[in-house]
Design a protein around this ligand. Structure first.
Ligand SMILES: Nc1ncnc2c1ncn2[C@@H]1O[C@H](COP(=O)(O)OP(=O)(O)OP(=O)(O)O)[C@@H](O)[C@H]1O
Ligand SMILES: [Mg+2]
Length: 357
C-alpha cells in the first residue's frame, strides 16, 4: 500500500484525508463553526510538508500503522514521550527505527533486560588511568530519539533512571547536572500482557508519557502486504532505503507554528469538561489530572496544525483523547472485572460530554 500523501497541495490534510480521525472514530458533529485562524509563521508550510513526507518515508518499510506514526510526529512536535503498546511482532521496534532513519536526528536504542543497570542508561563515571581522574562517560540517553525497547523487562531501579531523565531532561552524576540534547524524546515499547518476569511501570510515572499509542494487529490485507514485502526480499535489518526527509529545523519550525495555533475558549472548556468527567466516572478510581488535560490540549493543537489548520477544533480534541488520556486513568477493580477498559470508558465520556459548537 502506498501512502497517498501530497504535501504540496494546498489545504491537504497531510496525515489523512480531511476530517479523518487518526486514532479511531470521532464524531463529525462539533466541528468548530467559523474558523478563527491564527497566523502560520514563515517556514511553517515547508515544515508541515517535511513532516508529511516522513509518513510516506516510514511507509516504505512499515505497512499501515498510520495512527502510530502520526502519534509519534505529534510527540516530536510537543517534545513529549510516547509509550507504544502492542503484542510481540507488530513492528513496534521497526516503526521507531524507521522513523529515526527518516529524520535527520541522532538515534539510540536501549534493549531493556533484567540485568540492565541505571548507569547503562544514563552513563557513569569511569576512571581514566592516564589522567588519574574520573570522567563521565555518556550513556545512550544522550541522544535526540531514544528507543527504550521492552521497558517493562527491566527492574524498577533502572526504569526509574530513565523516567527521571525523561522528566528532568538532564542527568545528575556526582553532583553535576548534564543537560540532555534537544530534542530528547523517548519512545518506549512494552507488551500489554503481564508476562512472568516483567515489571509494570509505576502508575504514577505513566503521566510522564504524553501519549500512549496502541499498536494493533494489522488487518488481513495489510498482513498480506507485509508478507509480500518479505517474499520480495525486504530485510527489516537493512533500512538503507530510508532517507532523512525532515530535520531538527523542520521540527523547530513546526513547534513555533503549533504555538500560534488558536485555541478558542470553548475548546479549552471542552478539554476541561472531559478531564472533569473522568474524575466523576463511577468506573474510574483515578481520573485525569490537570497535567493530563494540558497534555490533551497540546497534542490536539499539534494535530490541528498537522491537519493544515491554524486553529484547533473539538474534533481534534476528540481524536487525541484516547492516546493522551488512556494511561492517566485507573479503573476501579469492579469495572475491571466487568471487562471495562480505559478506551471504553473514554469513549463513553466522549459520547456524553456536550461538544461546543
Ligand atoms: N506493519 C508491518 N509492516 C512491515 N513489517 C511488519 C509489520 N508488522 C510486522 N512486520 C514484520 O515483523 C517483524 C517484527 O517486528 P518488530 O520486531 O518491530 O516487532 P515488535 O512489535 O517490536 O515485537 P516485540 O514486541 O517482540 O519486540 C518486522 O521486522 C517486520 O518484518
Ligand atoms: Mg520490539
Amino acid at each position: 500500500m502506498t501512502a497517498a500523501v501530497s504535501p504540496g497541495s494546498p489545504g491537504a490534510a497531510p496525515f489523512g484525508s480531511a476530517g479523518a480521525a487518526p486514532f479511531g472514530p470521532a464524531g463529525s458533529e462539533g466541528v468548530a463553526g467559523p474558523p478563527a485562524p491564527g497566523a502560520d509563521p514563515p517556514g511553517a508550510e515547508a515544515a508541515r510538508a517535511a513532516l508529511a513526507a516522513l509518513r510516506a518515508e516510514v511507509a516504505k518499510a512499515v505497512v499501515g500503522q498510520d495512527a502510530v506514526v502520526t502519534g509519534l510526529v505529534i510527540a516530536l512536535l510537543c517534545r513529549g514521550h510516547v509509550l507504544l503498546e502492542g503484542v510481540p511482532g507488530v513492528a513496534k521496534t521497526l516503526l521507531v527505527r524507521t522513523l529515526a532513519s527518516a529524520l535527520a536526528l541522532d538515534f539510540k536504542r536501549i534493549q531493556f533486560t533484567p540485568d540492565l543497570m541505571p548507569g547503562d542508561v544514563t552513563g557513569s563515571l569511569v576512571y581514566d588511568a592516564k589522567t588519574a581522574e574520573f570522567e563521565f562517560r555518556k550513556g545512550p540517553v544522550f541522544t535526540n530519539l531514544l528507543l527504550a525497547d521492552e521497558i517493562n523487562r527491566t527492574p524498577p531501579k533502572t526504569q526509574a533512571a530513565l523516567l527521571e531523565a525523561m522528566e528532568e531532561r538532564q542527568i545528575s552524576v556526582d553532583g553535576a547536572a548534564r543537560a540532555l540534547p534537544d530534542p530528547f524524546i523517548v519512545a518506549a515499547t512494552q507488551n500489554p500482557i503481564e508476562y512472568e518476569g516483567t515489571y509494570q511501570l509505576p502508575e504514577a510515572q505513566l503521566d510522564r508519557f504524553l501519549l500512549k499509542l496502541t499498536v494493533p494487529l494489522p488487518p488481513r490485507e495489510q498482513e498480506i502486504a507485509v508478507l509480500e514485502r518479505h517474499a520480495l526480499g525486504f530485510d527489516p535489518r537493512d533500512l538503507s532505503e530510508i532517507k532523512p526527509v525532515a530535520t531538527a529545523a523542520d521540527l523547530a519550525a513546526g513547534r513555533d507554528a503549533v504555538k500560534q495555533v488558536h485555541v478558542a475558549p470553548k475548546v479549552l472548556g471542552y478539554v476541561v469538561d472531559l478531564a472533569r468527567a473522568t474524575r466523576q466516572s463511577p468506573s474510574l478510581r483515578i481520573g485525569v489530572s490537570p497535567r493530563g488535560a494540558t497534555a490533551l490540549l497540546a497534542a490536539a493543537r499539534a494535530w490541528g496544525w498537522l491537519s493544515g489548520r491554524t486553529y484547533v477544533t473539538p474534533d481534534d480534541v476528540k481524536a487525541l483523547a484516547r492516546p493522551a488520556l488512556r494511561h492517566r486513568v485507573q479503573l476501579r477493580p469492579e469495572a475491571e472485572i466487568e471487562g471495562a477498559t480505559p478506551d471504553g470508558i473514554l469513549d463513553g465520556i466522549l459520547a456524553t460530554v456536550p461538544v461546543p459548537r
